[in-house]
Design a binder for this molecule. Structure first.
Ligand SMILES: NC(=O)c1ccc[n+]([C@@H]2O[C@H](COP(=O)([O-])OP(=O)(O)OC[C@H]3O[C@@H](n4cnc5c(N)ncnc54)[C@H](OP(=O)(O)O)[C@@H]3O)[C@@H](O)[C@H]2O)c1
Length: 262
């Protein structure tokens, strides 16, 4: 089940299976009924299915099992069919952690997490499990509080409350601000400072306004496409049992995102 744009996942997965020499074909189904979607996996014997927003939580009641991480996050982005047994997994958190860990050690890091939706929940789960100390900022403070209660985080307040002081080592944007809106930034750029590592979960455009402002302020940056790439690798590994061909997948993601950006 996927919302538009879906072509990216089709191209990336099929490139991975070709490279691995595995006879799988990844196709897009425009299913909008989560129960029917899961039933189709069973009746058609589909090997695995990706799930995107807004269905990541809606499919949960129809699965046989949840991976412990997916259970804690409360959302799945893929369903693995093993002999008719359907298990839900969340590779968004794996994608985010792998993207971060390419640049930074997370244990004991002080992280400002912007957002309290599905992506923020996945990222919060991964960070807490790696020993990071997380403060959440969100437009709706009650949702920030709920996320903080679920994962043992601090609440920093609204997005405007993000302090321009050097309290944090990492800032992660998990709001949807900036998605397909290249001029929008979730926080005031003047609150960014040298030494901060800034990751944006938003991957379209690849270089968001937040990342541009962060680089101008002397921050290291991590693009949302790194998270996207690593979460897709996690899915390929679940479906095939083989290490994902990351170089090939990266090339295809870059090519497809370029097409989506024009
Ligand atoms: N790179 C990747 O692999 C990857 C994976 C998953 C998601 N993502 C991206 O992450 C972003 C969030 O996805 P999601 O699934 O978490 O969405 P979601 O569950 O709908 O959550 C959206 C979040 O953005 C906030 N928000 C939305 N519009 C806002 C605005 N105008 N001003 C301030 N805050 C606003 C919401 O705040 P409220 O709580 O106040 O509504 C909420 O915290 C999307 O852009 C998505 O594409 C990337």
């Amino acid at each position: 089940m996927a919302a538009h744009p879906y072509r990216l996942a089709v191209e990336v997965h099929n490139a991975a299976y070709r490279e691995l020499g595995i006879d799988y074909t990844f196709v897009y189904f425009g299913i909008t009924d989560p129960e029917e979607g899961v039933r189709a996996i069973r009746s058609l014997g589909i090997r695995g299915m990706n799930v995107s927003m807004p269905f990541k939580s809606a499919v949960l009641p129809f699965l046989d099992r949840l991976d412990p991480a997916a259970k804690a996050i409360g959302a799945v982005n893929c369903i693995n069919n093993r002999e008719g047994n359907l298990t839900g997994y969340n590779t968004d958190y794996i994608g985010a952690m792998n993207a971060l860990e390419e640049k930074v050690t997370l244990n004991n890091s002080q992280v400002a997490l912007l957002g309290a939706g599905g992506a923020a929940r996945a990222v919060a789960y991964g960070l807490v499990n790696r020993g990071a100390l997380v403060t959440v900022f969100n437009r709706s403070v009650d949702r920030a509080q709920q996320l903080a209660d679920d994962f043992g985080l601090e609440v920093g307040g609204t997005l405007e409350s993000f302090p321009g002081k050097k309290r944090f080592t990492i800032l992660i944007n998990c709001t949807s601000v900036g998605f397909n809106t290249p001029d929008e930034c979730p926080i005031d750029g003047t609150s960014l400072y040298q030494g901060l590592i800034v990751m944006d979960a938003v991957f379209l455009p690849v270089d968001t306004e937040l990342l541009k402002r962060a680089r101008s302020a002397g921050c290291q940056t991590i693009q949302g496409v790194r998270m996207l790439l690593h979460q897709a690798c996690g899915q390929v590994e679940l479906y095939t049992g083989h290490e994902a061909p990351i170089a090939v997948m990266e090339e295809v993601i870059e090519r497809e995102i370029r097409k989506m950006s024009v």
